[in-house]
Design a protein around this ligand. Structure first.
Ligand SMILES: Nc1nc2c(c(=O)[nH]1)N[C@H]1C(S)=C(S)[C@@H](COP(=O)(O)OP(=O)(O)OC[C@H]3O[C@@H](n4cnc5c(=O)[nH]c(N)nc54)[C@H](O)[C@@H]3O)O[C@H]1N2
Ligand SMILES: Nc1nc2c(c(=O)[nH]1)N[C@H]1C(S)=C(S)[C@@H](COP(=O)(O)OP(=O)(O)OC[C@H]3O[C@@H](n4cnc5c(=O)[nH]c(N)nc54)[C@H](O)[C@@H]3O)O[C@H]1N2
Ligand SMILES: [Mo]
Length: 797
């Protein structure tokens, strides 16, 4: 069990208990322990979401996790002007009329998770070796509570030990200074980092001399950014919250807002009340979208639900291009016959390449469209009529479309629809790219990007007086490969859980283990702290809800530090934590980064790192000089509701090379699912935030006590002779390698034939590292070809 076997020496790559373990000197590490699941129970799939049970559930979670006081008080400060920005998702807050409950069940869980009253102290690390910890589930790891002091795992040590902050900073500085090239270092950002932290982080990396800045956006909405930049010249969505009240038609594509963006349901409800129709495009009938009980209203509390979805298009996994091509084809056929459907004025004035799109959709075959989308011709016509008869159209989307090998093209195909109807840059219409992490959009705005643009680097060069690196760096996917190949020696992680977020968990573990030093700034323990480099540091930080005090120049006056974030709609707002820190030893992540930079770079560039560490106003002054749209940052961030960043396409200004929006041609992807095979997608349960597992239930989908499950159509189960809850092995075959997980339980589910859904991150070992989008390089988390077989010795009952 204790030697490392590289995957190339075996054709089957497995990750479970009896597979070859990963040991780089700290003892064998397990990746997907089976401890986690209880006895699987299935209830009917819910047809409506939220309402009183949701509110109760969040308070129950908060009180259980944090104790009554710490739990409920922070919730009342979520998304209030002088409180903190919800650390959950990036959905915006209303500019005015905020309710006292401007949060949702899952935002409340995120806050409660951070306000956890349990603590991990040095005695915990004395008691558990990393190998022992790895035998517990991710759920267990995060349940141990908040990290309280810096810890180090030294070469060949089996246990983490305490280390002082100064010694930790010195250790990182030594490693970074000793590299043959700054490109042997890599700086990963998870999208929770505030603007100030992200800005300091990228200045640090570039000051060292590298653009190796992977971030979680590479696994998330990179495809959206690429598509919007190519077609509109600007990589962000165009819709504002108030547009929902003016829309006539709203598409929700590849998204589960009831669980991942619950406050979006309020916007959809408002749209419906003003007369809009709502169309859901999803292989799964997601509960919140089918019926919605608004917990912020009396009716919702009492269990009265609004039917949100007017038309449910239950596409096959990766059936989105054929579906939208079908809608476009129908519209073009009508326009060819009678005209009046293509918005000719808009198209002529603001776009190019319409003819290419027209040729493509005219040539498309209805047979292919229907077969590959899984949607009948009649339903396509019904939806096309809705589009034909309405002008103010919003399209919302998330990961169901972006995380495919053709993710960028998925997005492009429905942006074609908006352009064709002139549904952009006017009230009640446009592209609503629903971001994930609460500040993932802001991190990119702050310059966290492996492919920085010349103007940014020029500006940084001028302001900070140094020579920034000009060549592109590694994104998430190429960093993993570079680490695996031994090209990266130091991996610094600002939050997040790179190990469990990446595809191909075993490969990702081997990659991290192949470095000299991994450093993670975080609030809680996770598996990335166990599959580490030859040395590892855990640098614990304050959460967003916690008080961060700075001392004034007089050395006596104390005041609260203020940070800021940008939401999905380009609004920059302040966030101030007010709660007692989980430990007196903790530092804000911004301060940690500035101190690391100070230890490493000294005065190599014109940045007063210790000044930045003590006063984030100084960082914001630097941002104002470097990033367009942030003039008077310190003044405007203090205004109620924050400020909007400039957005050209919102005003029908398209900053593409031609100054016009561009139609694109997006071919129907090749059929990859052969006989006996399935297309497998991965989804979040109602009880998790990405790799953080809050609990083992997925209430809306009716799945309880278990996460190692496979959702499958009953007819497919019958064909394979499988019964509910039977144990199965799932294998994916990619470029001659088989990846496998074993002993997962089958759950009959209303999903299209030959399609499966499994949970992220349990299914990640099946997703090959080599399968990514051609344009965005986003891993194809939503489309893996797999086979399913009864587990050894298991039988139906
Ligand atoms: N509570 C909570 N909130 C969160 C998160 C969390 O984990 N928990 N994560 C945050 C982050 S970082 C992000 S990026 C977002 C994620 O938000 P979502 O994108 O809503 O997250 P997923 O659970 O991955 O859901 C993807 C949806 O796409 C559907 N889908 C899968 N394959 C396809 C396909 O081929 N076509 C179409 N049309 N649909 C498909 C799935 O059925 C599912 O409904 O949420 C953010 N908010
Ligand atoms: N199969 C599959 N894989 C996926 C996805 C999928 O849909 N399917 N989705 C992808 C997407 S969209 C994303 S965004 C990635 C997520 O990837 P990441 O952003 O890397 O992962 P998270 O799970 O959000 O990170 C959780 C950790 O963040 C730390 N943390 C929490 N709060 C704070 C804080 O305030 N500051 C700091 N410094 N640390 C904090 C805690 O230690 C916690 O353990 O996963 C990707 N992976
Ligand atoms: Mo994300």
């Amino acid at each position: 069990m204790s030697t490392t076997v590289p995957p190339s020496s075996s054709d089957v790559i497995a990750v479970q208990a009896d597979s070859p373990s990963l040991d780089n000197g700290h003892g064998p590490i397990e990746l997907i322990p089976t401890e986690e699941d209880g006895l699987l129970k299935q209830k009917p799939v819910k047809t409506r979401g939220t309402g009183l049970p949701a509110v109760l559930s969040s308070f129950r979670y908060a009180i259980g996790e944090a104790g009554p006081l710490r739990g409920t008080l922070p919730m009342l400060q979520i998304n209030q002007g002088d409180g903190f920005d919800c650390p959950g998702c990036a959905w915006p807050d209303p500019d005015k009329e905020r309710s006292a409950f401007e949060f949702c069940e899952n935002g409340a869980k995120a806050v409660a998770h951070e306000s956890d009253k349990r603590r991990i102290t040095r005695s915990f690390f004395e008691r558990y070796s990393v190998s022992e910890m790895s035998r517990h589930s991710d759920y267990w790891l995060e349940q141990q509570g908040r990290l309280t002091e810096p810890m180090v795992l030294r070469e060949n040590a089996t246990h983490y030990q305490p280390i002082s902050w100064d010694e930790a900073f010195g250790m990182v500085a030594d490693q970074l200074q000793g590299l043959d090239s700054p490109d042997e270092a890599c700086f990963y950002t998870s999208g929770k980092a505030t603007n100030e932290a992200a800005f300091a982080f990228q200045v640090f990396a570039r000051g060292l001399g590298t653009n190796n800045m992977p971030d979680c956006s590479n696994m998330c909405h990179e495809s959206s950014g690429r598509a919007m930049t190519r077609m509109f010249g600007h990589g962000k969505g165009t819709v504002l919250l108030e547009d929902f009240k003016k829309a006539e038609l709203v598409f929700v594509v590849g998204q589960n807002p009831g669980t991942n963006h619950p406050r979006q349901l309020t916007a959809l409800q408002q749209a419906k009340r003003a007369g809009a129709k709502v169309i859901l495009v999803n292989p799964l009938p997601e509960a919140g979208m089918m019926g919605f009980m608004n917990p912020q209203e009396v009716g919702g509390m009492l269990g009265k639900s609004t039917q949100l979805t007017d038309e449910f298009l239950q596409v096959k996994i990766n059936g989105d291009i054929p579906l939208f091509k079908g809608i476009l084809k129908q519209l073009v056929e009508w326009d060819d016959a009678q005209g009046g459907i293509i918005d000719r004025d808009f198209v002529e004035q603001h776009t190019i390449d319409l003819d290419d799109l027209l040729a493509d959709v005219r040539a498309a075959e209805w047979n292919d469209i229907v077969r590959r989308s899984g949607i009948g011709r009649d339903q396509i016509t019904t939806v096309a009529k809705l589009v034909r008869d309405r002008e103010r159209i919003i399209i919302c989307w998330c990961l169901g479309v972006t995380q495919h090998r053709n993710g960028t093209q998925n997005v492009q195909e429905f942006l074609n629809l908006l352009l064709l109807r002139g549904a952009i840059g006017k009230p009640g219409a446009g592209a609503c790219c629903v971001r994930g992490h609460s500040n993932v959009q802001g991190d990119r705005t702050m310059g966290v990007w492996e492919q920085p643009k010349k103007p940014l680097l020029d500006r940084m060069q001028e302001v900070f007086q140094f020579e920034p690196p000009r060549h592109h760096g590694f994104d998430s996917h190429s960093s993993a490969i570079a680490m695996h190949e031994g090209k990266l020696k130091v991996f610094v992680s600002l939050g997040g859980n790179f190990l469990m977020a990446m595809p191909d968990t075993r490969y990702a573990a081997e990659a991290l283990q192949n470095t000299d030093l991994t450093v993670r700034i975080g609030t809680k323990l996770n598996r990335a702290d166990l599959a580490t480099g030859r040395q590892s540091l855990i640098l614990p930080c304050l959460g967003r809800t916690e008080r961060d005090v700075r001392v004034d120049a007089d050395g006596k006056t104390e005041c609260l530090q203020l940070s800021s974030t940008e939401n999905s709609m380009g609004v920059v707002q302040r966030t101030t934590g007010r709660f007692e820190p989980a430990s007196a030893e903790l530092m804000n992540e911004t301060e940690i980064i500035c101190r690391l930079a100070h230890a490493t770079l000294g005065d190599r560039m014109k940045v007063d790192w210790l000044g930045w560490a003590n006063d984030y106003d100084q960082i914001r002054d630097a941002v104002a000089q470097v990033i367009p749209g942030f003039e008077d940052y310190n003044i405007r961030v203090r205004q109620d509701g924050g400020f909007y960043l400039p957005n050209g396409p919102r005003e029908r200004q398209f900053p593409t090379p031609t100054g016009k929006a561009v139609f694109t041609v997006n071919p129907i992807p090749p059929e990859e699912v052969g006989p006996g095979q399935f297309a497998m997608t991965t989804v979040r349960s109602h009880d998790q935030f990405n790799t953080t597992i809050y609990g083992l239930h997925d209430r809306y989908r009716g799945i309880y006590n278990a996460r190692q499950v496979v959702m499958m159509n009953q007819a497919d189960m019958d064909e394979l002779g499988l019964t509910a809850e039977q144990s199965v092995d799932v294998a994916s075959l990619f470029e001659g390698k088989t990846r496998q997980v074993r002993g997962f339980k089958v759950v009959p589910y209303p999903i299209p034939r030959q399609c499966l859904a499994m949970y992220f991150p349990e299914a990640n070992p099946l997703i090959p590292m080599g399968s990514t989008d051609e344009f965005s390089n986003c891993p194809s988390y939503k489309h893996t070809i797999v086979t399913v077989s009864a587990a050894n010795g298991s039988q139906g009952h």
